[in-house]
Design a protein around this ligand. Structure first.
Ligand SMILES: [Zn+2]
Length: 254
């Protein structure tokens, strides 16, 4: 049963016929793992907390820096030097005290990742490098979880949903990117740290990831599984292209 306060707090989305009171209760019972309390994790976690997703698990080993604040809106100037997870938990709890936030302020590796995602229903990838994305993609397969992926650079962004953990016919991140930029002989893969990024782009992509997470948790709408959304905010263009399953993909065949 939803309380009176909950009926008011979530009224604008309970009004949506695809969500309703039953959808709201399901969101309250859901647990989402968000890797990264940075540019993508900030909007994604904020909208999931605001929407009443019952448990958010956030992992990030970094501390807040001045150069983060142009896009990482979970944090604030007086939080510089604080663990990002601690700052994130503070912001999210203030936004919605009903949501349980578990902060994991350490670097993610294969071992701790398994333990963390075992208790979660879904994974949101807000990481910024190929190695972590591959790690999450493999872990999603092994744990049987849906992975919502996002990436940004400059004025451009990408969003994709990988259901290979729950649907053997669905392609995975490795099907899309068989070889990482880093392992491809490109020593200087452009990153936000070297090539820059517009903060609003991370806002769009992270918010879109939150929407896809809610869709997957509730089983509503059209899943992005098998698709890649490409956005370019400088040109004002959004594309959606199909992703094929790679028959030789080592993750899908593992
Ligand atoms: Zn694959």
């Amino acid at each position: 049963m939803l309380s009176n306060d909950q009926m008011v707090r979530y009224s604008r989305q309970i009004l949506l016929r695809q969500i309703g009171g039953e959808g709201q209760r399901r969101l309250g019972a859901a647990s989402v793992f968000i890797l990264g309390a940075g540019g993508l994790g900030s909007p994604a976690a904020s909208y999931l907390a605001a929407a009443g997703v019952g448990h958010l698990v956030i992992a990030d080993g970094d501390r807040v820096e001045l150069s983060n604040l142009q896009r990482q809106i979970l944090h604030a100037t007086d939080r510089i030097g604080l663990l990002k997870t601690e700052s994130a938990a503070r912001t999210l709890q203030a936004l919605n005290p009903e949501v349980r936030v578990t902060a994991f302020g350490e670097r993610i590796d294969e071992n701790n990742l398994k333990t963390i995602i075992a208790g979660c229903d879904l994974i949101v990838d807000g990481s910024d490098n190929f190695a972590t994305r591959y790690l999450l993609n493999q872990a999603a397969k092994e744990a049987g979880k849906v992975l919502i992926s996002g990436a940004v650079l400059g004025f451009e962004g990408q969003i994709a949903t990988f259901r290979h953990g729950v649907d053997p016919a669905a392609p995975c991140y490795r099907c899309l990117y068989p070889v990482s930029g880093e392992a491809n002989g490109h020593e200087a893969v452009p990153t936000c740290a070297t090539a820059g990024v517009l903060g609003a782009v991370t806002g769009v992509v992270g918010s879109w990831q939150a929407a896809e997470a809610i869709k997957e948790l509730l089983g509503i709408g059209v899943s992005l599984s098998g698709s890649l959304v490409l956005i370019n905010l400088l040109d004002g263009i959004v594309h959606r292209v199909r992703i094929a399953k790679d028959p030789c993909c080592p993750v899908c065949n593992s």
